[in-house]
Design a binder for this molecule. Sequence first.
Ligand SMILES: *[C@@H]1O[C@H](CO)[C@@H](O)[C@H](O)[C@H]1NC(C)=O
Ligand SMILES: *[C@@H]1O[C@H](CO)[C@@H](O)[C@H](O)[C@H]1NC(C)=O
Ligand SMILES: *[C@@H]1O[C@H](CO)[C@@H](O)[C@H](O)[C@H]1NC(C)=O
Length: 137
Amino acid sequence: MLPTLKAAFALLSLLQLVSGTPVTSSHPQQALKEITTRIQAFNSEAQVPCNDTRVAQVPFTDPKLPEQELLCQAQVALTKVTMCKKIYEPLISNLKFLHGKRNCNLSDDNEIYLRHFLPALGNFTQGMFRRRGWAAQ
Ligand SMILES: *[C@@H]1O[C@H](CO)[C@@H](O)[C@H](O)[C@H]1NC(C)=O
Ligand SMILES: *[C@@H]1O[C@H](CO)[C@@H](O)[C@H](O)[C@H]1NC(C)=O
Ligand SMILES: *[C@@H]1O[C@H](CO)[C@@H](O)[C@H](O)[C@H]1NC(C)=O
């Protein structure tokens, strides 16, 4: 319990440092879990909402890119899904909370279907959750 809390607070202060504003509304652990759980729920349906929408591909497995950058890119990519804006808004706001960046380098060179993008994002947030030593879900 104690190491978990310590890690959470360390991340929180880092986020506050990066964003320059106090974070009060949520918690990194909660935000990561929220994203992962919602994506798992979408994936368990016959089709994810707006499955055929194409979004920019985010290089989640590139070890050279910081997590904050990847989270920011994912948020920008998802923001382009205008047809299902309402449905994906909770993912977007949690991603925004987690990365706390103003902008990031999202390349439009490669696009993938949303139905392939979401599992990759869910896998990434789940991996972040595990790397912080938080309980598996
Ligand atoms: C996407 O979802 C729609 C509506 O459920 C469905 O008609 C379509 O076949 C799906 N596309 C793919 C490629 O699965
Ligand atoms: C964005 O890309 C430019 C040019 O490729 C690079 O100089 C800059 O450091 C990148 N910024 C981030 C946040 O990765
Ligand atoms: C899931 O994430 C792990 C790292 O967290 C990565 O090694 C693996 O390739 C990812 N799998 C998929 C299908 O994206």
